[in-house]
Design a protein around this ligand. Structure first.
Ligand SMILES: Nc1ncnc2c1ncn2[C@@H]1O[C@H](COP(=O)(O)OP(=O)(O)O)[C@@H](O)[C@H]1O
Ligand SMILES: [Mg+2]
Length: 269
């Protein structure tokens, strides 16, 4: 169980995350929605400890991880693997090596320096690529792949960390609808077959509704909704996204390269 207790983060006089308290059980798949600037990315980065909280605590199975340092912090970051909108692969390296890089945190420096991976690590990487449908491009350069393939490589790299939590920050925001579906299906598969908790920021309401049984809505740094997709009423959506009559706000909800035609949320038609 992952618990956030009164978690806050300020940047100067700007509060990016304000007093967020959440409990997330092992194996949940949670979608986080909200306007740009609502604090979604900061929340994920706080959990992974890429960003330090200004106040509050993070507990993992009752253990306070907010103060971890050194090797323990590295282990926590490995357990809470992150994937990003822009994939963050090393372009000039081949796919297999990119995936093996997921292991660097857990390796002694000498092996890192000489990029020495064990047969067991290679086997794990090839299995990860295989289940994501990428075995046949394992030796290609990362930048020779499509965006959808690159994001799946990033997921395979994250799996190499053998994480208990996967934090995905708008993983499909740069993808076309077909690749968006393939990547979301991959995250769902990891959640359901491996029992890995998935916490994903999503820029379209539709995707959150389709893939997540629990949705968290953020506005101006605060958690303003936490419930099931069917509980997202007009008034809740108004709280999360602002004035629904405002075209700009509608754009915020609808701007999407990943929104398949014909599945436009009812209230926006
Ligand atoms: N490193 C930073 N320095 C200053 N302000 C930041 C930083 N990161 C985020 N913010 C601010 O915090 C707020 C929340 O940002 P963010 O978490 O990126 O929102 P979201 O992911 O929902 O778009 C925004 O107002 C943003 O400008
Ligand atoms: Mg963001």
């Amino acid at each position: 169980m992952l618990e956030l207790e009164h978690l806050s983060r300020r940047f100067g006089d700007k509060t990016a995350v304000a007093d967020a308290s959440l409990t997330i059980a092992h194996g949940e798949m949670v979608g986080i929605i909200g306007r740009s600037g609502a604090g979604k990315s900061t929340l994920l980065r706080l959990i992974n400890r890429l960003i330090e909280p200004s106040a509050g605590r993070i507990l993992s199975d009752g253990r306070d991880v907010t103060g971890l340092r050194g090797a323990e912090l590295r282990a926590w970051r490995a357990r809470t693997a992150m994937i990003f909108q822009q994939f963050n692969l090393v372009n000039r390296l081949d796919v297999l090596t990119n995936v093996l890089c997921g292991r660097l945190n857990q390796m002694p420096t000498t092996r890192v320096l000489f990029k020495i991976f064990t047969p067991a690590e290679r086997a794990l990487a090839i299995r990860a690529l295989d289940r994501l449908g990428l075995a046949d491009v394992a030796m290609n350069r990362a930048d020779a792949l499509s965006g959808g393939q690159q994001q799946r490589v990033a997921i395979a790299r994250a799996l190499m960390q053998e994480p208990s939590v996967m934090l995905a920050d708008e993983p499909i925001a740069s993808l076309d609808p077909i690749n968006a579906k393939v990547v979301m299906d991959a995250l769902l598969d990891i959640n359901q077959r491996d029992g890995i908790t998935v916490l994903t920021n999503l820029h379209t309401l539709d995707t959150a509704r389709t893939y997540c049984r629990r949705i968290i809505g953020m506005a101006a740094g605060r958690v303003v909704f936490d419930g099931k997709p069917e509980e997202l009423t007009e008034s809740v959506l108004h709280t999360i996204y602002g004035d629904a009559g405002d075209g700009a706000v509608l754009d915020e909800r609808m701007t999407s390269t990943s929104l398949p035609m014909g599945i436009i949320p009812a209230m926006a038609r």
